[in-house]
Ligand binder design. Structure first.
Ligand code: ADP
Ligand code: MG
Length: 284
């Protein structure tokens, strides 16, 4: 039976666990209960979102929605506001104006970052934040979404359903043969997949992925596209990426951002043929 030999108590993990690190065991943030209302089939709705930095509009009346189970790709030139949009969705940046809803009625502009994560929005940053000195298996174990009572017994035996979930995730991210390997020894692409696996352990409804294939080999990029396509349906995904071969492999609806708002939307062939898109982005 696998157990985490030593539990790292760094800030990153404290953030992942969403409770304070003082040893008091108190939650750092009140955790909102309840589920997003998905009855209208929309998981994310942004309306007229504006974010200014020193007068410069990084987002300018951005309106965009994503359906439950949808895989959406967001492209656009550097500085278009893609990362800022993810910052707004995750509560890292507050919009100056506009609305952001998770499901029908969960107002993201009123929730703390930890509450948003807890409600089911998972984000993958460009740089993987895995625990390098732990095994692949332990990384997934540490990322598991459990309540406080269960987390307290981390040193206790894993429940068999948890073990099964970890095994299933290992297969999903194609690391089933690397379970006992130290995470720091994985290839760059494998580390990215492990971090995606860690997100999946938290059972997010919506996954935000910012340039997930940057630095990957062609083969890893292709496998990542397969992984995302396989996750859609079960999860909703918003993927920001520059790699056009990857975007094509995803085969999803594409949103083109430019100067903080939506310039075009549709399948890749349609937006690639759009004259305005060619001018600002693809034609360069
Ligand atoms: P993208 O991810 O599409 O490349 P970003 O969302 O990172 O674009 O940035 C959009 C614009 O907002 C850029 O011009 C960037 O310099 C600016 N910006 C982003 N974050 C900040 C910040 N914290 N302070 C000032 N300007 C920022
Ligand atoms: Mg960016």
């Amino acid at each position: 039976m696998k157990v985490a030999a030593k539990v790292p108590r760094n800030q990153d993990q404290a953030e992942r666990e969403n409770w304070d690190d003082s040893g008091s065991g108190r939650m750092a943030h009140p955790v909102i209960e309840g589920e997003p209302d998905l009855s209208h089939g929309v998981i994310l709705y942004l309306e007229d979102i504006t974010v200014s930095f020193d007068g410069f509009r990084a987002l300018n009346k951005l309106t965009l929605s994503i359906d439950v189970g949808e895989l959406r790709c967001v492209i656009g030139p550097n500085g278009a506001g893609k990362t800022t949009m993810m910052d707004v969705i995750t509560g890292k940046t507050r919009p100056d104006s506009g609305q952001a809803f998770f499901g029908q009625s969960m107002d993201l502009t009123k929730l703390a970052e930890a509450e948003i994560a807890h409600a089911g929005i998972g984000r993958k940053f460009q740089k993987p934040t895995i625990f390098e000195h732990h095994t692949v298996f332990e990384n997934l174990e540490l990322a598991m979404k459990t309540d406080k009572r269960v987390r307290r017994s981390l040193f206790a035996r894993l429940r068999s359903e948890d073990y099964d979930r970890i095994a299933q995730t290992l297969t999903t991210i194609r690391l089933e043969n690397e379970a006992d390997r130290e995470a720091g020894l994985l290839s760059h692409g494998q580390k990215q997949w492990l971090e995606i696996g860690m997100l999946l352990m938290q059972e997010p409804r919506l996954l935000l992925l910012d340039e997930p294939v940057a630095g990957m080999t062609d083969d890893e990029t292709e496998r990542t596209a397969e992984l995302f396509v396989s996750l859609a349906g079960q999860h909703s995904l918003m993927v920001v990426e520059h790699d056009m071969a990857f975007v094509e492999a995803l085969g999803s609806k594409v949103t083109v951002l430019h100067e903080g708002s939506v310039l075009a939307e549709g399948d890749l062939a349609t937006v690639q043929a759009d004259q305005r898109v060619i001018e600002v982005y693809l034609g360069r």
